[in-house]
Design a protein around this ligand. Sequence first.
Ligand code: ATP
Ligand code: CA
Ligand code: CA
Length: 438
Amino acid sequence: RVVVGTKVDQNHVNWVTAYNMLTGIRFTVSRTNAKLDRALTDADFDAKHKFSFDITGNELTPSAKYDFKFKDYAPWVFRHLRAKFKLDPADYLMSLTSKYILSELGSPGKSGSFFYFSRDYKYIIKTIHHAEHKFLRKILKEYYSHVEQNPNTLLSQFYGLHRVKIPYGRKIHFVVMNNLFPPHRDIHQTFDLKGSTIGRDFKEEDLEKNPRATLKDLNWLRRDLHLEFGEEKKRIFFEQMEKDVHLLQKLKIMDYSMLVGIHDLQRGNQENLRDKTLQVFQPGGDTPTDDTGPSGQGPLTRTPSKLETARKARELRQMVKQEKPVPMGQSSSRMPDTLEENTTKRDFIFYSDDGGFQATHEDNSPGDEIFFLSIIDCLTHYGTVKKLEHFWKGLSHDKRLISPVRPEPYGDRFIEFIEGITKSPEEVAREAASRLTV
Ligand code: ATP
Ligand code: CA
Ligand code: CA
């Protein structure tokens, strides 16, 4: 399904959830940041703190527009992670809380996760399943030491793990991560690559309707595209990817992808895509014929009970009294033209060419594209997939199509695929020439 990002304003169905998420983040992150830095202890990895917010406020929490509960997980670990990823603490808070406006990237794909961009597009909030949440907590120590030993890791950068719950609502777990695609660059093509061909095809005819859709493995192969790196960058890229994938194999993770964004320097930014629409987005558009079965998470919103409806009406009245809605035109802030404040990102190799990793020729001279590369969706544990596979079998689907590949071969196939499509422009030309002479 193709979805255009929409502003989460006060009329949006998920406004209250979004507001609560941001209020909780602001409170808990400032609370941790206010303390003197200290070394991490083992207990920090298991830490969780629960806060109740209400309209009046109490000695611990400030007043909020709504009653809700907020849980903050391993705050010190994430504070240290944010520092390792060189985020500026003040900037992080600003991005995630200023004016409480985000854009919702999409309604549920296969996984049912929701995605929200921070107002400045630097961060993404992704709602995750309880199983993914538990799993992230379980592997947090290993993730942390991997980041420590591999500052240039290609794995998703996690900045926070939290939970919100409104009265009578269900628990919503979410992570804050980096938006791989920088706000100031048009991304001309996006691919989500797994190294599998089953179900990995975005219907080409749907591209007309949605030219910015995230394409998949078969679309990539059909276009005969390559990650165009000369020997030097190839070596750096492969080394890091292999280390990252080995960790994922060790932790028995699967179903992750290499997210690839391509900025064509010839085309540049003329299209100014983000001024016209928010990024067009296809959240987790995997079909059930994919390598893994579905994962059942209900939608964020469900039919509200009478009580909730009454409550909502009360909230709306309060909102009208207390706050003027932000006019739509004013709320769309213009994107910066350069990677200004984000310069610290340059310290990281895969983000060092204006936010990405620029193509190179065989002689290491720069090429025509900037690639944005990251291994995403890496919280699916093999055990969970197994359980879901059971469920699918019960529905008598073709087992061959949905039976999950184990984490070891999944990772090996992933590496093999990505390395296979990484070629300098000269290599590509030589191969084309030799095909002609044969
Ligand atoms: P599924 O489990 O069905 O594959 P999901 O809901 O777990 O989907 P992801 O696979 O994490 O979602 O992401 C879906 C899409 O969202 C990606 O293909 C990509 O287009 C976009 N996306 C995810 N993470 C990022 C990120 N860090 N930066 C930019 N875009 C992202
Ligand atoms: Ca995915
Ligand atoms: Ca997923």
